[in-house]
Each structure stands twice: as C-alpha cells, then as structure tokens.
Design a protein around this ligand. Structure first.
Ligand code: SF4
Length: 237
C-alpha cells in the first residue's frame, strides 16, 4: 500500500456537499502537479500580519485582544508550530496527515484552543465552506492531541472583516504618509469539536485513492467535459 499524504484542508474537501470524488481522486494521484494552482499572496500576507499583531499585542500587554473571547483564560501562544513536527501518520490507512493551524493557545486549565484566520465577512451559518473548515480544524485538533498538545478544548475560526466604511467625511483617519490603512474587525466563530470523526475521513481517502480508475463526477460541474473537448481539438491535428 503506497503511503499517502493529505493536508487537513484537503481532507476537509471530503465534507463539502458538492464534493466531487473524481476531482479528489485526480488530486490524490497527481499530488501537486495540477495546472492553474496559483493563488493571490495577499491572503497569506494578511494571515502573517494578523499573527504578528496577536503575538506583539500579547508581548506588550500580557493578554490577548478582547475579540478573541474573554471566557477563556489564555496563558500563552504555542510557538514553533511547523509542518515538520506538526503531523501524524495514521497507521491504519498509511496516510500522513499534515497542515498547521494559524494559532494554538494554551489555556489556564492546561487545555488548548486551535484557531484559524479567515479574511472574509463573518456569517454564523452562511459560509458554504463551513463543512470544510470544520473538518480542517478537527484535523488540527486530532494532530495536536497526538503531538503533545492535549487536550484540545476548543476550535474556532477568526473572521477578519475588512472595514470599508470610508466616506469623504472620515477619509482623513485612514490616510498615512505614503498611502492609506484598511482596518479589520475580528469575530470568532466556534466550531463543533469532534476529532474522533477524522479516522472516518482518512478511511474515505484511502478507499478513494485505491480505486484503480477515476470515479464518475457526482456534481453538476461541466469542466471535465470542457477538458475532453479541448483534448479533442488539440490531438485531432
Ligand atoms: S467534474 Fe469538475 S469537479 Fe469533478 S473532476 Fe471534473 S473538473 Fe473536477
């Protein structure tokens, strides 16, 4: 059995209502060699800026910003989270589960709080990607509890909403010497903690990967047909 590697985020795709087994099979088999995999770097810049803000705030004031939640007694940030030490090999399915959350906080009672940032508008239930995020964060909790960060008590998303209420009356306050600032408001959405579901997802990954040929799509997506049409044009000549 060939060892597989899957990130927490890619595992989360298996939970989406529009999950396409054909697409997932292809991704598992070609790994990182798919075309058109270019993403704008601005979101990772905002994520790392947010992390810097959180750790600098804690260094300066000895506590975390109120919007992270006051009911939890934060003690510290777990530092040096890195993909080289934050992963777990699932022996049953021979799958290496990887992926590093944006933050893990240690709480006063000795438990941990796993948090991921999303640069998007906060909605309690409207985010179509919520099923993906829920599995993704539970996968982080699953890894954390097997790499010495146990127990995980809470998982959540921190939505960072761009504050775009700029008018000609208040424009002055957004001006800087060489440009302008865009403020963000942080809002927390707690997700259901159920890391015991992760082995079921890993089993699904193994079963899908072991299928000898790509399954049929179960979605309305027509891209495969378009691709076939493209091949016909390219290779008929
Ligand atoms: S039908 Fe769409 S989602 Fe499914 S494999 Fe083809 S391109 Fe991917």
């Amino acid at each position: 059995m060939a060892q597989l590697r899957i990130s927490a985020k890619d595992l989360g795709v298996f939970a989406l209502p529009g999950f396409c087994p054909r697409c997932a099979w292809l991704k598992l088999h070609v790994a990182n060699k798919l075309p058109y995999q270019i993403f704008p770097g601005i979101f990772s810049s905002i994520d790392s800026y947010t992390k810097k803000f959180i750790s600098s705030f804690f260094e300066k004031y000895g506590h975390f910003p109120e919007w992270l939640g006051s009911e939890d007694k934060f003690v510290s940030l777990v530092k040096k989270l890195h993909h080289s030490n934050f992963n777990i090999l699932d022996q049953t399915n021979d799958i290496l589960l990887t992926g590093v959350p944006d933050e893990i906080f240690k709480l006063k009672d000795g438990s941990y709080f796993v948090l991921d940032y999303k640069t998007a508008k906060y909605t309690e239930t409207q985010d179509s990607l919520l099923p993906l995020y829920e599995v993704q964060l539970n996968a982080y909790a699953y890894i954390a509890e097997r790499t010495g960060l146990s127990p995980v008590k809470k998982i959540a998303l921190a939505y960072l909403e761009p504050q775009t209420g700029l008018t000609h009356e208040n424009v002055e306050q957004f001006k800087t010497g060489d440009g302008f600032v865009l403020p963000f408001a942080g809002k927390i959405l707690e997700l259901d903690l159920k890391p015991n579901k992760i082995p079921d997802y890993l089993k699904k990954v193994r079963e899908l990967y072991d299928q000898p040929s790509p399954p049929q799509s179960k979605t309305e997506c027509k891209d495969c047909q378009l691709l076939e049409n493209l091949f016909k044009i390219l290779f008929q000549k």
